[in-house]
Each structure stands twice: as structure tokens, then as C-alpha cells.
Ligand binder design. Structure first.
Ligand SMILES: NC(=O)c1ccc[n+]([C@@H]2O[C@H](COP(=O)([O-])OP(=O)(O)OC[C@H]3O[C@@H](n4cnc5c(N)ncnc54)[C@H](O)[C@@H]3O)[C@@H](O)[C@H]2O)c1
Length: 393
């Protein structure tokens, strides 16, 4: 079995969690880390782990590839570096696992896909739910018609975020140093839950379904340029997807999802219980699909195996584009509500009553803005026409 050499790019934030997982399991995957690219290496929790193993460190990806190669580059840098670093790694002979979202824009994502095709390298996108066996077997049941026609998909997340989160230099920015970031709650922290609904509705195992339109309200109460609350109602063929997520809340509610089908209701939470995903059929029978959380890092050995020729990407730029194109369009076209009243709880700004409103909307299969006039009417965005945005090309 060929040993796979790994390059880790960005190891301070989420990349430090990935690095820890890699260092813990690389022997069983028959992989080894040959370099780390990180401009603020000394401040990262990864440094002691990497130094103990004698892994060389570089400030830039160019410095690494000047004298080295890697079979697989794992890119966990901020969004606005993805395009440049992924293309550079592909062109220097590496497969890539790029953290979600693929990039800030679909134009960037298309250029990354073109580079993968041109170089013949594999490019995986790190939406971890697409690699979780329980999610994949639910998708297979949907494709096999076991649950009947999909009718609606619902996802709610409430994750309060305070000063430290918003202090990160690219957080909530439209652009950074002249490059698009389009960072927001829907592009970043809660991207998984929109992506997984579209992934589950895809027509084949590796495809995601594109929404034809979205009715959206987005708002911000923090000092950012994009939005910290998103309420999106998507039209995906005959299926309505309701997605409402917020950082402007008083209490934490981990993602809850409910998918309605002709023959069953599927409920999904990110736990390690056997019933983390389960279907309740109309006749009362229940099917458990298995746990989720413990498989969050399954993407790593999967991509190592794919580099060895043992599989093809499960989540490609095309798969991830269903999420990206919707969120990019919302970010560019929907005016952000900025005049909502808020109070400070600890260091978190909170829209009073939002927690209860989200709970009620989720329970009733409604959008929060359908139950509370404070947010006004949603903006309708047609997603069928590809827009070339100013500054994209
Ligand atoms: N899959 C998940 O669940 C998950 C969770 C969190 C973040 N992410 C993704 O990971 C990426 C990074 O997010 P984060 O929250 O860790 O950000 P972060 O800002 O906390 O950390 C980014 C790291 O990259 C480093 N960096 C900055 N410029 C760099 C460059 N040019 N080259 C290499 N490294 C550079 C920074 O110093 C820092 O250590 C984003 O795409 C984000 O969406 C994914």
C-alpha cells in the first residue's frame, strides 16, 4: 500500500483540529505529513505536535512547492485563499481536500474545477456530512424511493457568537485585501445544513439539487458587512427547503433537521446516538440510520484512500455549488436588515424573542418571518440564470 504524503495548509483554526486528527491517525491510514503552510505558525496549537514529529514549516504554499511535493494537500485557510492555493497545489501535482465552502464565488469554484480537470487531479470539498455513512445510506433510501417523494426539508440552527468570533480578521467580510470572502453564517458556520438538504435531494449519489429560487431575509446586528441571521425558503423542484440559522440568539440549539416524505418523516441531529438520523414511517415503524458525530473526520481517510486510487470524490465542486450559488446570490442581491433592536447578553448581541420564534417556526413547518412581522417580506431571488458578478472574471 503506497504511503500518501500530506501537506497541511492553515493549521491555526479548524485546521488545528484537522491536524490533530491527522497526527493521531496517519499511521493507520499509511500517510505522513511532509509540510505545513501557515503564516502564524508559532501561535497555533499544531506547532508542538508538528515539531515533535520534525515536520517542516513554510510561510507560503510557494515556498513549500519550490522544493517539495505532496500527494494530497489539505487546505484549511480562510475562504479568500482557497482558489489560489488549491489551483497552485493541483498544478504542482497534489490532489486537494479543500475546506468548505469551495470558495467565495461560483466563478472561483469553476476555475478550481477547471484546474482539477486540466491537471487530472482529484479535488474534494470538505463538507463532512457528505462523507458520513448514516447520511449516505439515507440518501440511498431516498434515491431508491423507500421514503416516497420528498415534500419538504427543514433545518434550524441557533449558535450564539460573541466578540472573539467576530474579531477574526475575515469574519463577516465582503472582501479582504481585494479578494471576495462573502463570509456569513450561511456561507461558513451553518453552511453544512443547507448543503446537506440539497445533497440529499440530488438525483445521483454524488449530485446535489440546485434551487430554482429562494425567498430570503438576512439581517445583522453585529459589526460585520454581511449577515448573522439568515432565513431562506428555497424552491427545489417540488420540494420546499426551509433553512433558518442565527448567531443573534440567547441560547444554543444544535442543528435540528426534519425532512418530510410521502411515506415517512426523517429527523436528524448531529449526535452519536444510533437514531441520530431516523425515519418514522406512516405505519409507525422506525428505521435508524446511525450516528453522525463520530464520523465527522471520515473525510480525511476517505480522501487519503482516493489519492491512493481507492475511490472518487464524494463531494466535488459541482456538488458543493448548489449551496454556493444560492448563498452567493443571496449575499449579493438581498439587502441586509440592519435596524433590528438587540440587547447584549454576556458578550453576545441578541434579538429578543428570536430563540422562541425559531422554535415555533420549526415546530410548525413555517418560516420565522411568516410568524413575526418585524422582519418584513422576503426578497425573491431567481437562481436559474447564472449571473456573472462584477469583478468575477
Ligand atoms: N468543516 C467544518 O466543520 C469547518 C469548521 C470551521 C471552519 N471550516 C472552514 O475552514 C476554513 C478556515 O476557517 P477557520 O475558522 O479555521 O479560520 P481561522 O481564521 O480561525 O483559521 C485560519 C488559519 O489559516 C491561517 N492562514 C491565514 N492565511 C493563510 C495563508 N495564506 N496560507 C495558509 N494559512 C493561512 C491563519 O493563520 C489561521 O491559522 C474556512 O474555509 C472555514 O469555512 C470548516
Amino acid at each position: 500500500m503506497k504511503q500518501i504524503s500530506l501537506l497541511l495548509v492553515g493549521v491555526g483554526g479548524y485546521g488545528s483540529v484537522i491536524a490533530k486528527e491527522v497526527f493521531t491517525h496517519m499511521d493507520e491510514w499509511n500517510a505522513t505529513v511532509v509540510g505545513i503552510v501557515e503564516p502564524f505558525y508559532d501561535a497555533t496549537p499544531t506547532k508542538p505536535l508538528a515539531d515533535a514529529r520534525g515536520v517542516p514549516h513554510f510561510d507560503t504554499i510557494e515556498e513549500f512547492y519550490a522544493e517539495n511535493t505532496a500527494d494530497l494537500a489539505i487546505i484549511c485557510s480562510p475562504i479568500h485563499f482557497h482558489e489560489k492555493q488549491v489551483i497552485y497545489a493541483l498544478e504542482h501535482g497534489s490532489d486537494c481536500l479543500c475546506e468548505k465552502p469551495t470558495a467565495a464565488t461560483t466563478a472561483q469554484s469553476d476555475r478550481m474545477a477547471a484546474a482539477a480537470a486540466r491537471t487530472g487531479r482529484r479535488l474534494h470539498i470538505g463538507f463532512q456530512l457528505c462523507y458520513v455513512p448514516a447520511v449516505l445510506s439515507l440518501k440511498q433510501d431516498i434515491l431508491d424511493g423507500v421514503l416516497g417523494k420528498p415534500l419538504s426539508m427543514n433545518a434550524m440552527v441557533r449558535w450564539p457568537r460573541g466578540r472573539a468570533y467576530y474579531a477574526r480578521p475575515w469574519c463577516g467580510k465582503i472582501k479582504k485585501d481585494g479578494h471576495y470572502v462573502l463570509d456569513s453564517i450561511a456561507m461558513n458556520a451553518c453552511a453544512h445544513y443547507l448543503n446537506v438538504m440539497l445533497f440529499l435531494l440530488g438525483k445521483t449519489a454524488g449530485e446535489a439539487a440546485h434551487a430554482a429560487s429562494v425567498d430570503a431575509i438576512v439581517s445583522r446586528i453585529n459589526d460585520i458587512e454581511t449577515f448573522d441571521t439568515a432565513m431562506l425558503k428555497l424552491n427545489v423542484g417540488d420540494v420546499t427547503c426551509r433553512y433558518f440559522v442565527t448567531h443573534a440568539c440567547g441560547s444554543n440549539a444544535n442543528p435540528v433537521m426534519r425532512f418530510e416524505f410521502e411515506n415517512a418523516t426523517v429527523e436528524m441531529t448531529e449526535t452519536d446516538d444510533e437514531d441520530a438520523i431516523h425515519a418514522i414511517f406512516k405505519d409507525g415503524t422506525v428505521k435508524n440510520y446511525g450516528p453522525i458525530q463520530r464520523d465527522f473526520y471520515r473525510k480525511l481517510p476517505y480522501c487519503v484512500g482516493a489519492t491512493r486510487g481507492e475511490g472518487e470524490p464524494l463531494c466535488t465542486t459541482e456538488t458543493a455549488k448548489a449551496h454556493l450559488s444560492c448563498v452567493e446570490a443571496v449575499t449579493r442581491k438581498v439587502p441586509v436588515l440592519t435596524d433590528l433592536e438587540w440587547v447584549e447578553k454576556g458578550d453576545v448581541r441578541v434579538i429578543e424573542g428570536l430563540d422562541e420564534l425559531f422554535e415555533r417556526a420549526f415546530a410548525q413547518g413555517m418560516m420565522p418571518y411568516e410568524l413575526d412581522g418585524r422582519f418584513g417580506k422576503p426578497v425573491h431571488v431567481d437562481l436559474t440564470e447564472r449571473t456573472v458578478w462584477e469583478g468575477d472574471e
